[in-house]
Design a protein around this ligand. Structure first.
Ligand SMILES: Nc1ncnc2c1ncn2[C@@H]1O[C@H](COP(=O)(O)OP(=O)(O)OP(=O)(O)O)[C@@H](O)[C@H]1O
Length: 494
């Protein structure tokens, strides 16, 4: 008898899971999954032998399974994960929620009861960071239950380049750096939340991810969640629409370390703020670690409820100031250390450091551009080459475009909501504008592929590469798309 389309897809998904999950995790949790007969191109039903395993697979692999199946069978609407019952027919327990995003981090801990946070304490400039009294009761990091697999295969989407040893420290960022290191240390929580703020491209995400890496190095079983405030909002709204906020709350509140980037995005979003407030309260009351970043200090967050602002100021507030010339120069040296075969003369480094002061992302972008052009042309790098390559970047005439501007403009152009672009919706009417927005982000900003992926709802860098290539192809073959892209570029570059 010929295998059905669903059976063939399942065989491929299984192989892919085996390759990505590692033998131990696969054998224990994924191998027992069986495809339920009757699964079709619309609904896939998978069954496990016990409710416990069903729960585990749902919590850890639900989104991933949807994603994998949709890559093979794009029409799949849902993947149901059920408990196999003795008897003729399995009982369906739940629908997998719709958003297609990288697999969420595991949920181990039940939601703790809320309690009042500790007394206000704000640090701004004191670099000494003497051990502070614990502000919340220390609680041990959730350990995997005996027999549970190491959750390494499901590490949160932390950028591997953003580690403490790659962060160059000086007076402008020392408080933030030291606080980040202290927060990542094992043992009692000395303060929480840590609130990091600075202008764009000055290292907040780098420090947040570094905290995540270091914390996981110390506690490989810990549950670390890292997301932007936009992602928080999107997941919460999706959970509300699906009338299932329980799993969302459980996932967030089960984290040992919760990292939320770009808090300013929840300004004016009342329902999201309400949920965020309760999440923060519960994480803090449970003595877990919380790190928040924003582009301004808590008190300057307009449109954010006063009770959230006051919670943010309860822990440690640290800012990162604009980098001065010597820090910019030191950062270039540090970046070059990662490119051992690349020689960049000192006068070129001095030129870049002295002329590009807006932020560190642009500084890095300029160095990368010079290095990439030299590799492409086979020329060696000297001052003339750098000036010619950097052209208007050095003259400072290039208008800075942000991904937020791109998302706003693209969504308005295609009559969508900006949230659609970070959503999991795959309908062509949304997917194509999203690809165009990713293409523009790659072309008009200095953001890296993983950064762009994160800004589009936590997508993988390979999704961004695919989008960029697809739009490049379409610009050659589809006049409408090419015209739309031209209009958007013109508007964005002013
Ligand atoms: N002190 C530093 N040492 C080394 N690299 C740095 C430092 N500060 C920033 N960077 C680098 O600059 C780039 C931008 O930093 P990052 O993304 O952390 O900025 P951000 O403050 O989070 O920006 P945004 O608010 O726009 O999200 C990253 O590649 C990061 O590695």
């Amino acid at each position: 008898m010929r295998a059905t389309e669903a059976e063939q897809a399942w065989a491929r998904v299984r192989t892919s899971l085996r390759e990505s999950a590692g033998a131990r995790l696969f054998d224990q949790w994924l191998k027992p999954i069986e495809l339920v007969p009757g699964s079709d191109a619309d609904t896939i039903r998978l069954a496990l032998p016990s409710a416990f395993m069903t729960n585990w697979v749902r919590n850890h692999y639900a989104d991933r399974l949807v994603l994998e199946f949709r890559q093979i069978m794009p029409g799949v609407r849902s993947v149901q994960i059920e408990t196999r019952v003795a008897g003729p027919a399995p009982v369906a327990l739940a629908l997998v929620p719709d958003p297609v995003v990288p697999a969420p981090a595991p949920v181990h801990a039940p939601a703790p009861a809320p309690a009042a946070p500790g007394a206000p304490r704000t640090f701004g400039v004191d670099p000494s960071l003497r051990p502070a009294p614990a502000m919340v009761a220390p609680v041990p990091v959730s350990a995997a239950a005996p027999g549970l697999p190491l959750p390494l295969a499901e590490r949160p989407p932390l950028d591997p380049r953003y580690t403490f040893d790659r962060f160059v420290v000086d007076a402008s960022n020392k408080v933030a750096f030291n606080a980040a290191k202290v927060l990542a240390e094992p043992g009692p929580v000395r303060f929480s939340p840590l609130f990091l703020h600075s202008g764009t491209g000055q290292g907040k995400s780098h420090l947040m991810h570094a905290i995540g890496h270091a914390f996981l190095d110390h506690n490989p079983h810990a549950i670390v969640l890292c997301m932007s405030a936009e992602r928080f909002m999107y997941d919460f709204v999706a959970a509300m629409r699906a009338r299932d906020t329980h799993a969302f709350k459980q996932r967030l509140r089960g984290a040992d370390l919760l990292l939320i980037d770009d808090l300013q995005f929840i300004a004016g979003k009342d329902a999201t703020q309400e949920e965020f407030f309760h999440t923060v309260n519960e994480i803090m009351a449970a003595g877990k670690r919380l790190v928040i970043s924003a582009d301004r200090c808590p008190q300057a967050l307009e449109g954010v409820e006063a009770r959230i602002v006051s919670r943010m100021a309860v822990g440690l507030v640290a800012d990162i100031k604009a980098p001065d010339l010597s820090l910019r120069r030191a950062i270039l040296d540090r970046k070059l250390a990662d490119l051992p075969d690349t020689r960049v003369p000192l006068d070129v480094l001095d030129l870049i450091a002295s002329r590009i002061h807006a932020n560190i992302r642009e500084l890095e972008g300029a160095l990368n551009r010079v290095v990439a052009y030299a590799q492409l042309t086979g020329d060696s790098i000297d001052l003339d080459f750098a000036v010619a390559t950097l052209g208007e970047v050095l003259r400072g005439v290039q208008k800075r475009v942000t991904i937020d501007e791109i998302q706003k403009l693209v969504s308005a152009h295609f009559e969508l909501k900006p949230l659609d672009l970070i959503s999991a919706r795959r309908a062509r009417a949304v997917a194509r504008p999203r690809q165009i927005a990713m293409y523009l982000a790659k072309r008009l900003t200095t953001r890296s592929l993983p950064e762009i992926g994160r800004k589009f709802g936590g997508r993988d860098h390979s999704t961004v590469i695919h989008a960029v290539r697809r739009i490049e192809e379409l610009r050659d073959t589809d006049r409408d798309i090419d015209a739309a892209v031209r209009v958007l570029i013109r508007e964005l570059e002013g």
